[in-house]
Ligand binder design. Structure first.
Ligand code: NCD
Length: 325
């Protein structure tokens, strides 16, 4: 038998009216919305462990993946989630499309839209593009990363992974370390984690700490040792050289960055309680020593697996959460 009965998806019993039409960012989602998505993701995570990890939930849906920026993990993860749910999938990458011929985003999306699309997953270097698309097409829009603004499915999969370790995130100490200013992963995580009551600390060089950090209602530290001694979870971020632009040179050298902010095996021994996370792609030897990434203290590959489940849950909910029974 392929697939599972729709009733398998009824296991989720959180009482909540999920009424979102899009996923533009976690700023628009309430605590209840977030916990509801994560609950739904649990049943999809179980499906992924089955011999035939497929459900026919999106059999009659057509989804376009619109990627204007490089991506490996996120694009593959969305595509896998869509295929595991039986959707018809169309992939668009800026590098191989008419964008190269000067077509505007608006024209591209209008053309795609006239092909009758139910959902659009979009990644773009400009903040606000997912919102712009909601004004152009009558499809559910999912933000897969817009510039340095938000990356909501990444934060949801990060929170899902944290909840596997600590089912209740209330009061949990979560440190996010690295290039805070240029990270959309941080913004979405801070919004989501604060809504569920976690205690968030941002750590990095002063030159990579935005002036508004304190206004986000989080703690700020410039000291890695202090941070690792405090936290339950340490999430390291990639240095976003491609986003630093004219402000390049925010730290003297990669070696010095690693010296001051890289997580090392000695830290794992010294502070035995924290778990290591990273959204990927990792620069081994920069954000952390290679052995740290491969150690049993790291849940980085779990994050990747959980990403498929979380994206299945979002696709399911935004497709109308077709339920039976
Ligand atoms: C992140 C992104 O694209 O924002 N990666 C990802 O989606 N897994 C983080 C990064 O690029 O460093």
């Amino acid at each position: 038998m392929t697939g599972v009965k729709m009733s398998d998806l009824e296991a989720v019993s959180v009482d909540h009216q999920f009424q979102q039409k899009h996923l533009l960012g976690l700023s628009d989602y309430s605590k209840e919305d977030i916990l509801y998505v994560l609950e739904q993701a649990r049943s999809f995570r179980e499906i992924l462990d089955r011999p035939v990890p497929k459900v026919p939930t999106l059999r009659d849906k057509t989804i376009v993946n619109l990627f204007y920026e490089n991506s490996t993990r996120t694009r593959l993860s969305f595509e896998l989630a869509q295929k595991r749910m039986g959707a018809d999938v169309v992939n668009f990458s800026a590098g191989t499309s008419s964008t190269q011929k000067g077509e505007s985003l608006k024209d591209t999306i209008r053309n795609i839209s006239s092909m009758k699309i139910d959902m659009v997953v979009v990644r773009h270097e400009s903040p606000g593009v997912p919102y712009f698309l909601t004004r152009q097409v009558d499809a559910a829009i999912i933000n897969a990363g817009d510039g340095a603004h938000e990356h909501p499915t990444q934060a949801l999969l990060d929170m899902f992974t944290m909840k596997q370790i600590y089912p209740d995130l209330t009061g949990r100490k979560i440190a996010i370390i690295g290039d805070i200013s240029h990270s959309r992963v941080v913004r979405s995580n801070v919004l989501g984690l604060k809504k569920v009551g976690a205690d968030v600390l941002l750590c990095g060089p002063r030159t990579m700490m935005p002036a508004y950090a304190n206004a986000l209602g989080v703690n700020v530290s410039y000291n890695l040792e202090e941070t690792l001694g405090w936290c339950d979870i340490a999430m390291a971020l990639r240095i976003q050289l491609e986003r630093q632009g004219e402000s390049a040179g925010l730290f003297p050298s990669i070696r010095e960055y690693h010296e001051n902010f890289g997580i090392k095996m000695t830290h794992l021994d010294k502070y035995p309680d924290f778990t290591v996370m990273h959204p990927g792609p990792i620069n081994r030897g920069v954000e952390m020593e290679s052995d740290v990434a491969d150690s049993d203290r790291a849940v980085i590959l779990n994050q990747v697996t959980n990403g498929v489940a979380v994206r299945m849950a979002i696709l399911y909910l935004l497709s109308g959460g077709i339920r039976q029974g």
